[in-house]
Write a protein that binds this ligand. Structure first.
Ligand code: NAP
Length: 304
């Protein structure tokens, strides 16, 4: 594929940025890439890895001459970053981000950007529980969705170009408005993470089950909670601080359903439990049919 951008600048060089850098380089989607991160250690690692062509000390230097700027830092850091880069952005550049919430990012970033750039917020629905520049890999976005939430009055050509970039990295692209994005993600990602954090916390508190038993028998379901609950604490703190309304709404529904299941268990209402689990099984089948997970037993961990 021919290059879509002359110079792509990454602010933040963790899992998402490093995966993008690998995917962009592999597919030849940019002529050059620059990057920066908060700590000297991450910048040093990125230089050693030759993750991008040039690593700078500051975000201001990193964005100079870039026709695409990707903010890949935690959501809570984005406002300061936008303020810092704003005076240094090239005329006609596109600014995007990969933050897990969209309304709060738009409120934090958009007011600081000059009128001569195109701001197109984005969120790739792909990740692992690992962080940092060494955790990225080119296939991360392959057959995953990337949601773009363009603002009113956006530039269609800039949106097309960014869409092509995500497609070039193997992703499917959907457009949504930011409030809907935040609600969808509260259901599919944010609340499930909170539940996983809680379950792992409960197991840790429950002194009648020893730590070694929890670890030994974790394949019975708990292991998948622990993987999710190992996700980056900064990122997830920011998600709940910034997607408050939608998460609270879904959590409210969740606790109601949980109470209904609790009552069914107490009353021995097997029909309720069976009907509920039949419905949820069908949802799992839908996910597999949509190619978003493997049908292999135990998520493919069992080698046949
Ligand atoms: P990560 O691996 O922890 O990387 C975050 C990067 O941001 C690090 O390089 C960090 O620098 C840098 N950073 C933090 N504050 C900064 C600042 N003020 N200025 C410049 N750089 C700064 O995180 P990630 O998983 O790539 O997540 C990045 C973004 O992607 C987040 O907004 C998250 O919501 C979103 N996202 C994550 C996932 C996921 O599953 N992980 C999925 C989709 C979207 P240091 O290393 O020096 O601290």
């Amino acid at each position: 594929m021919s290059a879509l951008y002359r110079r792509v600048a990454f602010i933040g060089l963790g899992l998402i940025a490093s995966s993008m850098a690998h995917a962009i380089r592999r597919a030849g989607l940019a002529e050059s890439m620059t990057g920066t991160a908060r700590s000297p250690e991450t910048r040093k690692t990125a230089r050693e890895m030759r993750l991008v062509d040039e690593v700078f000390e500051t975000a201001a230097e990193t964005v100079q001459g870039a026709d695409l700027v990707v903010i890949c830092a935690p959501v809570g850091a984005m406002e300061d970053i936008a303020r810092e880069i704003a005076p240094h952005l090239a005329e006609g550049a596109t600014v995007t981000d990969v933050g897990s919430v969209k309304q709060a990012v738009i409120a934090a970033v958009d007011p600081h950007l000059p009128a001569h750039v195109h701001f197109i917020p984005g969120h790739p629905l792909a990740g692992t529980e690992h962080s940092g520049p060494r955790s990225g890999f080119a296939e991360l976005f392959h057959n995953r969705w990337c949601i773009l939430t363009p603002l009113e009055g956006h530039d269609p050509a800039a949106l097309d170009q960014l869409t092509s970039l995500w497609r070039g990295m193997g992703a499917n692209v959907d457009l949504m408005d930011a409030p809907h994005h935040d609600l969808v993600l509260a259901v599919t990602s944010h609340t499930p993470h909170l539940i996983a954090y809680t379950m792992v916390g409960v197991a840790d508190d429950l002194r009648r089950v020893t730590d070694s038993e929890v670890i030994k028998y974790s394949a019975a379901g708990f292991r998948d909670f622990t993987r999710i609950a190992a996700s980056d604490p900064t990122m997830w703190r920011d998600v709940f601080l910034t997607n408050k309304e939608a998460t609270l709404e879904i959590l409210g529904r969740f606790t109601e359903e949980l109470f209904a299941l609790q009552r069914a268990i107490r009353r021995g209402d097997g029909a309720h439990l069976h009907a509920y689990f039949t419905r949820t099984r069908a949802i799992r089948r839908g996910i597999i049919e949509a190619g978003q997970d493997t049908d292999a037993p135990d998520f493919g961990r069992i080698k046949s």
